[in-house]
Design a binder for this molecule. Structure first.
Ligand code: ZN
Ligand code: FE
Length: 262
């Protein structure tokens, strides 16, 4: 069974390190900064064999060029996007990613919205690992940059339909703030209150709050709860008119958080 561990970067990014037993070859996801990655590789005597990229933002690709220079022959995989340089393979919906000896295969999901070309990787250990970049966060979701609200809503619906035991590996430690907004939307939620308490304890102990699993997100993440009557009512209250359907409710929630909470 492979191990997946976070390499903290910048203030609140996680670069995920995939490490299989019996080999010193490893893969990383979204290395926005080369320095913490090079440090871990050197400390542990590891060789970088593959880089997986979810989207073009600098805090996810900033370390790619220097890592590729330090490890010639590294595979660099990511979405079709001219803003991402140095890919050895461009990935599209349904593509299979095989990293023999490093991990079980992944399948590529196109999940636009945060950006127009954002992808996620589903598979890995137990077939139930999702690297979702800045699409879904623990307790929240990414902002809409050059994608659209409708795209991000549809991408989140897609993730919501995955098996509930799917482990969600997102790229940022935004959980406490996200859960605070969740309580604006669903102030009476016991599940949210309990999750916030646990997340506060983890952070106080210096531990990450991620990965989470989809079942927990479905119970506590307002952006995955756009069909719940209480969430629809709260979003409609913000919008000042009755809202219909996941995309409308999602858009109001995202605009509410962007304009009043963040
Ligand atoms: Zn981003
Ligand atoms: Fe990011």
């Amino acid at each position: 069974m492979i191990h997946i561990t976070p390499i903290p970067a910048f203030d609140d990014n996680y670069i995920w390190l995939l490490r299989a037993p019996g080999t010193d070859r490893v893969a990383v996801v979204d290395p926005g900064d080369e320095e913490p990655v090079l440090e871990v590789l050197a400390q542990e005597g590891l060789t970088l064999a593959a880089i997986l990229i979810t989207h073009h933002h600098g805090d996810h690709i900033g370390g790619v060029a220097d890592l590729a220079a330090a490890y010639p022959g590294v595979e660099v995989l990511g979405p079709v996007d001219p803003r991402i340089r140095g890919l050895t393979r461009q990935l599209r919906e349904g593509d299979r990613v095989d990293l023999p000896g490093l991990t079980e295969p992944f399948q590529v999901l196109e999940v636009p919205g945060h950006t127009s070309t954002h992808i996620a990787y589903l598979g890995g250990p137990g077939g139930a690992t999702l690297f979702c970049g800045d699409t879904l966060f623990a307790g929240g979701c990414g902002r809409v940059f050059d994608g659209t609200f409708a795209q991000l809503s549809a991408s989140l619906r897609r993730i919501a339909a995955l098996p509930p035991q799917t482990h969600i590996y997102c790229a940022h430690e935004y959980t406490l703030a996200n859960l605070g907004f969740g309580l604006w939307v669903e102030p009476d939620s016991q599940a949210l209150t309990e999750r916030l308490r646990q997340a506060q304890a983890s952070r106080a102990a210096g531990l990450p709050t991620v990965p989470s699993d989809l079942a927990l997100e479905l119970a506590t993440n307002p952006f995955l709860r756009t069909g719940e009557p209480g969430v629809i009512a709260a979003a409609s209250g913000f919008a000042g008119r009755p809202l219909n359907g996941h995309a409308e409710v999602f858009t109001a929630l995202r605009q509410w958080k962007d304009s009043r909470y963040d």
